[in-house]
Design a binder for this molecule. Sequence first.
Ligand SMILES: [Zn+2]
Length: 154
Amino acid sequence: MSYGYDYIVGNMKCAFCDSVSQADSRTNLQTKICVRAQLASYTIGSRLDLDTCIPDCGYVCLVQPTISSSFNFIDFWGCSACTRINGANIELEEGVIICITCISSSDNVIEGVNYISDDYDLYGWEICGSAIHRGVVDLETGELMISDINLSEK
Ligand SMILES: [Zn+2]
């Protein structure tokens, strides 16, 4: 039986309220990157059984990795303190998670990412060439506005 996703867990710092999450699935950092998703929780040191074609499992390729099992990717999680959505950049080396870095409020343009979850636009990001830009979603209209606004002002 396939559940469609797994969790990546860690003590992640919210870019908006600075709360640090518990390292469990309450952050709801769902990843679709494993070939047999089974609601497992993975963290630094975990080996992922990667899908052979990452773009086919719900990711957009920004920069093609040189080694197919060593790359980084962005997925999204929710802060349980303030409920806002954050991004996390997960780095793999030969299929093992070696680093989980939260996107900070000052990271408005991010380059060098191999893959990003294809629901990035729901969370206020836009793809521009091989980089991603933070956009601001107008909650009234649902429209995404590309912007250099520093979200820390909000
Ligand atoms: Zn928060």
